[in-house]
Design a protein around this ligand. Structure first.
Ligand SMILES: *Cc1c(COP(=O)(O)O)cnc(C)c1O
Length: 449
């Protein structure tokens, strides 16, 4: 411990002294003392770790506000599927479905004909078969889990052939090569970072090949002198070699986003129609549902995954299944462009966003903020379409201390997340719904908790 640390520790106030401060008068005594002790404990740790410590009062007030760690927030970052802000938001019908089964018991695993045990996945699987054209489907907790399950159940002890251009890290240290090893399979890399041809896969095939794997490079692009084997070539090769072709397409787009300039995003139905044996993707990216991993494809391969002991550890709960089933039903009914929030946000007209920005800017000006509006670009995010941008508009706020302002907004009753660009805080309204604007403005009133 340095002298400075010793001094900082000695300078910490006594619990009783903090408790007597008028700012804490409203907090019940028992809660007040617990929060002060916790605040002092956290600050002592920070001092010992050599980190700059915040004030005891500030820390106590934050703890006393008892704001849950996970709560609703306004996403004005311009990144529509922000992983740190929970990716997709649910359609109203999906929210209602979650609320209903959360509050009541649910028909999760009952067969309403016999009254005996049923299949919790039957509802989602039927809709997925109908929407994607696949023979069968199963749902797990996220796409990382889908990858682990597919590789473990189908390729353990065998070779998995993957292009060097697809040895990706998805985020949060989830690296595909590590997952392949973890699943008990052996990774066989083919091609180069920028160019891989179907012949590279052909030469790598042996008796021991368990799967031809393709992974959509969701969160980066290799541009310039590039080449990759087409979906059709890989399907033909896998058929010829009688080895399953697995396609991790990432976002799970069920519609074509090309009309919005969002090309290059693989679509589930297209992979299935081309003949992929197994396709897997996330539920909470471009699909616009809850966090989930969805596997669709050949019935015999799905059956092997379903029976694998890992399935019990990866199976989704009733809340997820209710939300996903309701989301898929919207696609089935054909009202997805109106009802699914991520699809509405992608369609939102920049002119309309600009008008809303001007209204919000006027309100912030009235509160005394130096505010203008400006054209900007939104991104889809969530590891989708990294090089594609959607023209948008933002409210631009200038302040002497932008990090302090951003912090105030994060601590508001409904936290607001924008992005700091050079000398201003930008609030892109593409991912902000009109009914969230009041909360956004309130955060600027300094009603921090
Ligand atoms: C996002 C993504 C994953 C991980 O999905 P999670 O649902 O976050 O687990 C895996 N593979 C690809 C290609 C992805 O884009």
């Amino acid at each position: 411990m340095t002298d400075e640390q010793r001094q900082q520790l000695r300078a910490l106030p006594q619990v009783e002294r903090v408790s007597a401060e008028p700012e804490l008068a409203q907090v019940p005594v028992a809660l007040r003392l617990a929060c002060i002790r916790q605040a002092l404990h956290e600050i002592r740790e920070e001092i010992l770790l050599g980190r700059p410590a915040t004030s005891v009062m500030e820390r106590t007030l934050a703890l006393a506000s008892r704001a849950p760690k996970v709560r609703g927030a306004v996403n004005a970052t311009g990144i529509l599927l922000h992983t740190n802000l929970g990716r997709a938001t649910l359609a109203p019908a999906a929210v209602a479905a979650v609320a209903a089964v959360a509050q009541q018991h649910a028909t999760l695993e009952v067969d309403d004909e016999s009254g005996g045990r049923g299949d919790r996945q039957a509802g989602c699987a039927a809709l997925l078969r109908e929407l994607t054209g696949a023979d069968d489907a199963i749902v797990v907790n996220n796409n990382a889990a889908a990858t682990v399950l597919a590789l473990t159940a189908l390729a353990s002890g065998k070779d998995v052939i993957l292009s060097r251009s697809e040895l990706v890290e998805i985020g949060g240290h989830f690296r595909l090569p590590d997952v392949i090893v973890q699943s008990g399979a052996r990774l066989v890399e083919v091609g180069t970072t920028n160019r891989t041809r179907v012949g590279d896969y052909t030469r790598a095939l042996t008796e021991n090949t368990g799967m031809l794997l393709r992974c959509h490079p969701s969160n980066f692009r290799v541009v310039g002198f590039t080449e990759s084997a087409s979906l059709e070539e890989l399907v033909a090769l896998s058929r010829q070699a009688a080895v399953p072709f697995g396609d991790d397409i990432g976002s799970g787009a069920l519609v074509d986003f090309a009309p919005f300039g969002l090309t290059d995003e693989p679509q589930v139905q297209k992979s299935i129609a081309a003949g992929a044996d197994l396709v897997w993707f996330s539920g909470d990216k471009l699909l616009g549902g809850p966090q989930a991993g969805i596997l669709v494809g050949r019935a015999d391969l799905i059956a092997v995954c379903k029976k694998h002991p890992l399935m019990r550890a990866l199976r989704p709960d009733k809340l997820t299944l209710a939300a996903l089933e309701a989301t898929l039903r919207i696609y089935r009914d054909g009202t997805h462009w109106e009802e699914i929030p991520i699809l509405r946000r992608i369609q939102r007209d920049p002119g309309e966003i600009s008008r809303r920005c001007r209204t919000v800017a006027r309100k912030l000006k009235r509160l005394g903020y130096d505010t203008t509006t400006e054209a900007t670009f939104s991104q889809v995010g969530g590891g989708s379409l990294p090089d594609r941008q959607l023209p948008s508009h933002a409210v631009a706020v200038r302040a002497a201390n932008l990090p302090a302002l951003a912090r105030q907004l994060r601590h508001a009753a409904t936290p607001v997340y924008g992005r700091i660009e050079r000398d201003r805080l930008l609030l892109d309204l593409r991912a902000v719904d009109p009914d969230e604007e009041a909360a956004l403005v309130r955060a600027f009133e300094g009603q921090s908790t």
